[in-house]
Design a protein around this ligand. Structure first.
Ligand code: HEC
Ligand code: HEC
Length: 152
């Protein structure tokens, strides 16, 4: 009896490596916030940052610890917290690789953000406007409240 040739198939399982793309892609413009409560409550101390700048898990974490929000107490009642959390998570950034144990809480510390704002142009604007950080988006991006950042 003849032994048939065996076809040996080795399956290489490819891990999903999408990191370079995911971390360098920047969003020029993002959808504006349409929820009144978010605009009012999250725009009370600074520009209401658009949810598309951070992944859902970041918003979830941030909303869970509003009583200690970057050194401030930004806590809200249960119902407001729930409505805002739902809105931010539903409109969050999608398709990005996220470290679930340590999700980013600052837009200004994201890699693409540092890249965009590390050039001379942004640094000069920072000095000229006498700002000490990039948190005040609207100081340089006139359309920031409309989600428009591709304007200078
Ligand atoms: C009581 C004032 C206050 C309120 C209300 C408030 N924040 Fe903040 N938020 C701060 C301060 C202070 C910082 C840190 C600013 C800095 O580093 O200069 C901050 C920073 C942030 C940052 C990080 C900015 C960066 O560096 O990229 C995000 C995102 C943010 N807030 C989201 C929210 C959301 C969402 C809400 C509504 C639930 C909210 N904030 C309401 C005071 C507030
Ligand atoms: C001191 C001025 C300044 C501040 C403050 C600032 N930016 Fe920028 N930003 C710039 C400059 C300059 C560029 C690069 C020029 C460009 O590409 O349009 C830029 C680029 C960007 C881009 C990419 C736009 C593009 O055309 O690709 C985004 C998105 C952006 N900024 C978002 C933000 C957000 C969100 C904040 C606040 C958390 C912020 N910026 C704060 C000056 C600033």
């Amino acid at each position: 009896m003849k032994i048939k040739n065996k076809l040996i198939i080795t399956i290489f399982s490819l891990p999903l490596i999408a990191t370079p793309l995911a971390l360098t892609a920047s969003d020029d413009n993002v959808p504006p916030i349409k929820n009144k409560l978010v605009l009012e409550e999250c725009g009370a101390c600074h520009l209401a940052f658009q949810p598309a700048f951070l992944p859902a898990i970041s918003w979830e974490k941030m909303m869970n610890e509003l009583e200690n929000h970057f050194g401030e107490d930004a806590s809200l009642d249960k119902e407001m917290t729930r409505e805002i959390t739902n809105y931010m998570m539903a409109n969050a950034q999608k398709n990005k690789i996220v470290n679930f144990d340590n999700p980013p809480l600052r837009i200004t510390e994201l890699r693409w953000f540092k890249h965009e704002h590390g050039e001379r142009e942004a640094k000069n604007m920072l000095n000229k406007k006498k700002l000490n950080s990039y948190v005040d988006c609207a100081a340089c991006h006139k359309g920031a409240d409309k989600g428009y950042y591709d304007d200078d």
